[in-house]
Design a protein around this ligand. Structure first.
Ligand code: PEP
Ligand code: MG
Length: 314
């Protein structure tokens, strides 16, 4: 089975009318890189770097990080690889970075923690720039949990100072979705993290089972925010990816494209189904499905409305 998958040429992600939608992989360590390539990943849309830091007493040094980044980048010559700076907070405590907080989801996490411990961010950017220089990959770097334009400016300036050419932000907080256009005048790209964006939009802890029914990226409130970012991307001519779990749901993937996402990143196992579904529909259908879903009153209504548009278009 594995051998057949390797031999079969995988066509790039595209809609039925030829609109390209690169389909990328979410990776949590370099170990999954080869399998992602086998499963047709056209690059990496989210490389989570937490694996290097978790369970460490001190931040890993530049050489250790460079080696790990190089190992992953080598699997993607000539391909785009989006690396996310360390995303830690009081929910994933690191002795050298975090402090105890009563409400970790709303605390000093993601980029906020990195800007408070700038040397950790500087070391990570140094390691990444050095690893990029040793490989053929096209490295994009992005910051997690950005909520303001000022944070965006600080991060992008630091990335450029370290020689990284393409610097962007994750949109996972409603505030950054709502000011996506000013943000994209400073950042080269945005990547929407629908897991956290849903958590913060719905005010529902993504890890709490008792509110799991609210943690649904189909909710029109979430879709409207995604649409804001999509429009800002179009207005500023900037790429807008989605790298949250929502991108792995084939019908929702189509809706996200209709809302303006220009690439989708997901667990590699989901790539084939999403590729198949996108290939069945035109950009016009994607936009109509997105419009219908956006106008619904709840998540179930949004899904039903998108299903109906797709069914009628077939
Ligand atoms: C997200 O929040 O959607 C995301 C991709 O980041 P993580 O799941 O690592 O928080
Ligand atoms: Mg997140």
């Amino acid at each position: 089975e594995r051998a057949a998958a390797v031999a079969a040429p995988v066509t790039p992600g595209a809609l039925a009318d030829g609109t390209e939608v690169p389909l990328l992989a979410n990776l949590g360590s370099p170990d999954g890189a080869a399998e992602a390539v086998e499963l047709g990943a056209e690059g990496v849309g989210l490389f989570r770097t937490e694996f290097l830091f978790l369970s460490a007493d001190a931040a890993p040094d530049v050489a250790t990080q460079r080696e790990a980044y190089r190992r992953m980048l080598e699997a993607f010559p000539g391909k785009k690889v989006v690396v996310r700076a360390l995303d830690a907070g009081a929910d994933k405590p690191l002795p050298f970075l975090t402090e105890e907080e009563e409400n970790p989801a709303l605390g000093r996490r993601g980029l906020r923690a990195l800007l408070a411990h700038e040397q950790i961010l500087r070391d990570q950017l140094t390691a990444l720039a050095e690893a990029e220089a040793e490989t053929e990959a096209d490295v994009w770097v992005m910051a997690p949990m950005v909520s303001t334009v000022a944070e965006t400016e600080q991060f992008v300036a630091l990335a450029r100072e370290h020689g990284l050419r393409t610097a962007g932000v994750m949109v996972e907080v409603p505030s950054s979705a709502l000011v996506a256009e000013p943000i994209l005048r400073h950042a080269d790209f945005a990547s929407i993290g629908t897991n956290d964006l849903t958590q913060y939009t719905m005010a529902a802890d993504r890890l709490l089972g008792s509110v799991a029914d609210l943690q649904d990226p189909w909710h029109p409130a979430v879709l409207r925010l995604v649409g804001e970012v999509g429009s800002a991307g179009a207005a500023t001519d900037s790429p807008v990816g989605v790298c949250g779990e929502a991108a792995a749901d084939p019908l929702l993937a189509l809706v996200l494209v209709g809302l303006g996402a220009t690439s989708l990143s997901m667990a590699p196992a989901a790539l084939a189904d999403v590729r198949l579904e996108l290939g069945r529909h035109t950009a016009e259908t994607a936009r109509a499905a997105a419009q219908a879903a956006r106008a619904a009153g709840d998540a179930a209504g949004a899904r039903g409305a998108a299903q109906q548009v797709v069914r009628e278009a077939a």
